[in-house]
Design a protein around this ligand. Structure first.
Ligand code: C2E
Ligand code: CA
Ligand code: CA
Ligand code: CA
Length: 282
């Protein structure tokens, strides 16, 4: 083998090449999963802790892997980040959520479903048109039953482009929630500008707030800010009754978390809803 000098400019680095190849193979496997119908949605209920009413659902993607079982999004979404697969997968998720809505409406369940939109997908330029076309194919599903969750960090990264895309979706009757709020360092001015009608407090702060005074301070100030701007807010990561009590005392009554329900397959939802309505724990 040829010896490489310390300052040689390498056009070919076998390690780097191998890594690139591995990455492409893993992407290819996600593409195949999409084509073979191995992706699924699971739904996590959102409730109003005053009275316990179910107010919505968040649809979360899973990969039913033939060998590895049910994979969480962090096992495959990072692999496709930045590739054209990202928008393809996003569109599959949107359509799956609309199909699911159509089935539920047919059995009398009418709850808004929240869909996570990746930053690249939202900012792809054609997103609002494509969404409009997709929704036209599901005329049974009213736009108010679809809500898009956009990461705070994404909205802030290119606020003008985000605002533009969000406004064009609003024309279709689509509302937005701002996701993982508290992690994106947005200023008050920006928060005011964004056409969002729900602020979701990031689960990491909520989950740890009872043990960590800094997290508690963040949760408190987000709730204060959201109330000042008269924006509804929802706390994620509500794992226990103590979390629920503390949040209600601070003025946040909408919640989502393992303490209420874990994400579940669509087939399990009707039974869960019935059982939930019969309980009065919250
Ligand atoms: P997220 O949007 O913040 O979604 C909430 C995540 O928190 C979900 O994880 C959910 O299972 C989890 N969670 C809910 N309640 C609790 C709780 O009480 N305690 C704890 N520890 N965790 C809780 P999941 O399903 O693994 O999703 C992770 C992230 O992947 C999501 O975070 C979202 O950013 C992304 N994601 C999921 N589905 C999609 C999708 O269809 N499209 C895109 N672009 N991103 C998605
Ligand atoms: Ca979300
Ligand atoms: Ca979140
Ligand atoms: Ca998150």
């Amino acid at each position: 083998a040829k010896q490489r000098g310390r300052n040689t400019f390498h056009l070919f680095d076998p390690d780097q090449d191998r890594q690139l190849q591995l990455r492409q193979e893993r992407r290819q496997r996600v593409a195949e999963a999409l084509a073979r119908g191995e992706l699924r949605l699971v739904d996590q209920p959102q409730i109003d802790m005053f009275g316990g009413r179910v107010v919505g659902l968040e649809a979360l993607v899973r990969w039913q892997h033939p060998e590895e079982g049910l994979l969480a999004p962090n096992a495959f979404l990072p692999i496709i980040e930045g590739s054209s697969l990202e928008a393809q997968l996003g569109e599959w998720v949107l359509e799956a959520a609309l199909k699911q809505q159509r089935r539920w409406l047919a059995c009398g369940i009418e709850l808004p479903v929240h869909v996570n939109i990746s930053p690249a997908h939202l900012l792809s330029g054609t997103f609002p048109e494509r969404l409009g076309n997709l929704m036209a194919r599901y005329p049974e599903v009213p736009a108010r039953l679809l809500k898009l969750e956009v990461l705070e960090s994404a909205a802030m990264h290119d606020i003008q482009a985000a605002l533009d895309a969000m406004r064009r979706c609003q024309v279709l009757g689509i509302d937005f929630a701002i996701d993982d709020f508290g992690t994106g360092f947005s200023s008050l001015t920006h928060l005011r500008q964004l056409p969002v009608d729900l602020i979701k407090i990031d689960q990491s702060f909520v989950r740890d707030m009872l043990a960590d005074p800094d997290d508690m301070a963040i949760v408190e100030s987000v709730i204060y800010m959201a109330n000042r701007f008269r924006r509804p807010m929802l706390a994620e990561g509500v794992e226990t009754l103590e979390h629920a009590r503390a949040l209600v005392l601070m003025g946040c009554s909408l919640a989502q978390g393992y303490g209420i329900a874990r994400p579940m397959p669509a087939e399990a939802l009707p039974t869960w809803l019935e059982e939930w309505q019969q309980r009065h724990e919250w």
